[in-house]
Write a protein that binds this ligand. Structure first.
Ligand code: HAM
Length: 426
């Protein structure tokens, strides 16, 4: 029986590789402009990291983690998000002892969540994230939001809206949680079982519930913005001043609480107006308590994560995918069997000169070699016959139909000249 990929996973196929590489190189370039350097952390971590980091009342921890015992009986979890691993690495490698802020990004990090697969929601996806440690000023949130908007606009995405909120600090949030309990208590009997367990433990999570029966109550719930302490309100006001100064439009949306427990103060999401309802293109926020909570020195943190598949889906939907480049620019055909070794050697010389060249590897006839090259390779060099006797090859331009003889000594300079300016993007 044919084996299929597990539900909710997707192959990245060779013909789409240029799209991923294009998106990734744009991300790397923008991260560098803001002083963020790459970090790579393991695909799996000790489960406890996510229980303590992401929070044991979140959907991610309660319902979505890929957790298993390894052969040493340790509980291991495939990364369900990128921040906790970055924080663990920041602490374990004592990056807090270096000059702060410490700015890092991860790219193409595989993330695993046992979700109900649908468009834009996968069980394995890949994230680009930027995380900044050791900076408490709202200018970090502002620069991250601007970096994101720059990235998405460069990728051709339009109609983006920025949604921001503040969920306060542990001090002001305690009062808000009490207000939420009071508000939800009379309705909790008709709400889902998960919300029932969250009422006492973490009522903020109720706001995140996706059940229709619960959503009708969450719509009218008190707003966190009415409960912010002076410092948190000031932080939020200063963020708004910075966004205003940069003329970045945003909406204050007190319903954004995010699905992870580590956030303090600012949370934000970027949503495509034409996108699917409930699917944020990107999410992030401040997590000033997380480094301390995971055993490091108290250090503020801010960051965001964005799914590469979601970006590519929106680029496809809005027709902003770039054109594919050529896979091979020059095909070296062998006129007869006796010319195959020379064709092979010339191909290698072209590659050594930095040109995307290929030859026949399937013992095709000359006609079949032409047919093969005709599917997208612009130039053919034919090795053999009279030209070979004269120390030359036959050149053919498949677009203009131009044909000429090229002395062997001229092949590399002529082809290099012809192909200069062609971007090797596959
Ligand atoms: P998140 O909102 O859970 O945040 O995920 C960030 C982004 O990852 C989403 O906006 C979306 O683009 C993508 N994403 C999430 N789940 C899926 C899925 N099942 N399928 C496809 N794409 C998905 C975080 O993970 C935080 N760690 C972000 C962060 C970094 N906050 C601070 N620093």
């Amino acid at each position: 029986m044919e084996i299929q990929a597990p539900k909710g996973t997707k192959d990245m196929l060779p013909q789409d590789a240029y799209l991923w590489q294009y998106v990734e190189s744009t991300m790397r370039r923008i991260a560098a402009l803001y002083g963020y350097r790459e970090i790579r952390t393991p695909v799996f971590e000790h489960t406890e990291l996510f229980l303590r980091g992401v929070g044991d009342t979140t959907d991610i921890v309660q319902k979505e983690m890929y957790t298993f015992k390894d052969k040493g009986d340790r509980s291991i979890t495939l990364k369900p998000e990128g921040t906790a691993g970055a924080v663990r690495a920041f602490i374990e490698n004592r990056l807090y002892a270096e000059p702060l802020p410490c700015k890092m990004y991860y790219l193409d990090a595989p993330i695993f969540r046992y979700e109900n697969p649908q468009a834009g929601r996968l069980r394995e996806h890949h994230q680009f994230g930027m995380e900044c440690f050791g900076a408490g000023e709202p200018s970090v949130e502002a620069e991250l939001i601007e970096a994101l908007l720059t990235l998405l606009k460069e990728l051709g995405l339009k109609n983006l809206s920025v949604h921001i909120n503040s969920i306060g600090c542990p001090a002001c949030r305690a009062k808000y949680q009490e207000a939420l309990r009071e508000y939800f208590r009379p309705h909790i009997g008709s709400m889902c079982d998960t919300c029932k367990t969250r009422l006492e433990k973490n009522p903020l999570r109720i706001l995140d519930c996706k059940e229709a029966g619960c959503k009708k109550y969450t719509a009218e719930a008190p707003s966190i913005l009415d409960y912010l302490c002076g410092d948190c309100a000031d932080h939020f006001a200063r963020l708004r001043t910075l966004l205003d100064a940069r003329e970045i439009p945003y909406q204050v949306d007190s319903r954004i609480v995010r699905g992870l427990d580590y956030y303090t103060r600012t949370v934000f999401e970027i949503i495509m107006q034409s996108g699917r309802e409930g699917l944020a293109l990107c999410g992030g926020g401040r997590y000033d308590g997380l480094v301390g909570q995971l055993g490091g020195p108290e250090t503020p943190g801010v960051g965001f994560g964005i799914g590469l598949e979601r970006i590519l889906m929106e680029m496809r939907n809005s027709n902003s995918l770039p054109q594919a480049g050529t896979v091979t620019d020059v095909f070296v055909a062998a006129l007869s069997d006796g010319d195959r070794t020379d064709a092979f050697s010339l191909t290698q010389q072209l590659r050594a000169a930095g040109l995307k060249a290929d030859c026949d590897h399937a013992h095709r006839s000359l006609k079949a070699q032409f047919k093969f090259a005709g599917r997208g390779i612009p130039y053919i060099l034919i090795v053999g016959g009279d030209e070979k006797q004269r120390g030359a090859v036959r050149f053919r331009d498949l677009n203009t139909r131009e044909e000429k003889e090229l002395p062997l000594a001229d092949v590399i300079p002529a082809m290099t000249d012809l192909l200069s300016g062609v971007q090797p993007n596959q």
